[in-house]
Design a protein around this ligand. Structure first.
Ligand code: NDP
Length: 448
């Protein structure tokens, strides 16, 4: 790991002591702190007035019981979370994750990242995150509905268009948002469109929101390529995952002339040298909700059970599945296979050791999730704007706004990295630019 600036060591140690066992949260905090040395050197008041310390303490953490009944009539029990991390820039904003691995440490790492990501978009949104250890996999639509209704029966007290606006994440897509919005509407007797984003088109949703995180990821990489007079044309790309982010990243790569040759799910990965047939992936994942191994069986291509998708040689690697999915060994393999760009569509998919391999490499460029995947939340904020003005924008207009936002985030990362003595470092640029916007707002508001 990179050595922390002396002045930040005790703050970091304190975060670890105050949040025992929350290893993903510690990792996310450390990654930001590793970029902040030049900031505290220039502006020691961020430490002296405990802005950095306050940023690491959520404004509010809500943990609740979620009982529901399965199709066999058995009562099931899950735990729900919402961490309202920072509202200096706007209402808390960030997704809900339904996955058996969810616990407070995961929600806090995601919420912490979200603060800086949301700041980077330049839009008026604070940071929050939530979810449950509920596993939607293998559950019927009726079971998922009963779970979502029970989850919202508690969550509704804490959210609102001016307070906290959740969206989707792993395990939460259009179906789940629909069930939760329906329950919110019943309980509150309010058609408050702006309370959730990722809604369906026709009842308050925004065009491009479904595609936004994947498209935005690829727009960001397009800017990275343009910065060295390059393009996606003819590039070999590997995308991990086969969920919302991965699918629309693949779609945009193909539109821009690249070829995606591998995708994965939590059981294994497929390699299709002719380029992934995205219609088939969409059918398997979005309609049938089946496994990616079905793709290999139906197309007669290779399927590797388990294993590492990063063994597949590529020019550009887009980790779009989950945290810590790309470790040091995988990073070394990517480097030795000639990979030139790693851009994180997922949140914190690269381990700190992998990031060190990338940043020490003279050619490869690495860009972190909080910048690369910010297009999702940015388009959620555009959905909120449309809801507030009772308007709906065209696909083309919304997509153009997304592309401009991603270009601006890209440029602001590079400009900030330059200003703070880390030229070319997207990680430093993203962390510092996001941090400064939030820190200055907090400072202006007194001791909050
Ligand atoms: P989905 O649930 O739609 O898809 C997740 C994908 O990742 C699935 O293919 C899943 O496989 C795979 N996956 C999940 N856990 C693991 C694991 N432990 N090992 C290997 N593969 C795994 O989620 P999203 O596409 O929405 O989210 C993907 C990532 O992007 C997450 O890190 C999320 O936080 C981040 N993100 C999402 C945004 C959004 O708008 N949706 C916005 C910004 C970031 P399987 O089906 O087998 O579980």
């Amino acid at each position: 790991m990179t050595v922390l600036d002396d002045r930040l060591v005790s703050v970091y140690d304190d975060v670890v002591a105050r949040n025992p066992g929350e290893v993903e949260f510690h990792q996310a905090v450390r990654e930001v702190f590793e970029s902040l040395a030049p900031v505290v050197a220039k502006r020691p008041e961020y430490l002296d007035s405990a802005i950095i310390q306050r940023l690491c303490e959520p404004e509010r953490q809500i943990i609740f019981r979620v009982p529901w009944t399965d199709d066999a009539g058995q009562v099931q029990l899950n735990r729900g979370f919402r961490v309202e991390f920072n509202s200096a820039l706007g209402p808390y904003k960030g997704g809900l994750r339904f996955h058996p691995s969810v616990y407070l440490g995961i929600v806090k790492f995601l919420g912490f990242e979200q603060i800086f990501k949301n700041a980077l978009t330049g839009l008026p949104i604070g940071g929050g995150k939530g979810g449950s250890d509920f596993d939607p996999k293998g559950r019927s639509d009726a079971e998922v509905m009963r779970f979502c209704q029970s989850f919202m029966t508690e969550l509704y007290r804490h959210i609102g268009e001016y307070t906290d606006v959740p969206a989707g994440d792993i395990g939460v897509g259009g179906r789940e948002i629909g069930f939760m919005f329906g329950q919110y509407k019943r309980i509150t007797n309010r058609y408050e469109s702006g309370v959730l984003t990722g809604k369906g088109i026709g009842w308050g949703g925004s065009l491009v929101r479904t595609e936004a995180t994947g498209y935005g990821t690829v727009y960001f990489v397009e800017e990275m390529l343009k910065a060295s007079d390059d393009s996606f044309e003819g590039k070999r790309v590997v995308v991990s995952g086969s969920g919302n982010v991965a699918i629309y990243a693949v779609e945009k790569v193909h539109q821009l002339g690249g070829k995606v040759v591998a995708m994965s799910d939590s059981a294994g990965y497929i390699v299709d040298e002719n380029g992934i047939d995205l219609d088939l992936i969409k059918d398997i994942k979005e309609v049938r909700r089946a496994r990616i191994s079905d793709y290999a069986a139906e197309r007669g291509v290779a399927y590797v059970e388990g294993g590492s998708i990063w063994d597949v040689a590529c020019d550009i690697a887009l980790p779009c599945a989950t945290q810590n999915e790309l470790d040091e060994t995988a990073a070394r393999t990517l480097v030795s296979n000639g990979c030139i760009i790693v851009a994180e569509g997922a949140n914190m998919p690269s381990t700190p050791e992998a990031i060190r391999v990338f940043t020490e490499h003279p050619v490869l460029r690495f860009a972190p999730g909080k910048a690369v995947n910010a297009g999702g939340v940015a388009t959620s904020a555009l959905e909120m704007q449309q809801n507030a003005s009772r308007d709906s924008w065209s696909f083309e207009y919304t997509d153009r706004r997304l592309a401009v936002i991603m270009r601006d985030i890209h440029d602001s990362c590079l400009k900030t990295a330059d200003e703070y003595g880390a030229p070319g470092s997207y990680t430093s640029g993203a962390n510092i630019a996001g941090f400064i916007r939030v820190a200055n707002a907090m400072q202006a508001m007194g001791v909050i």
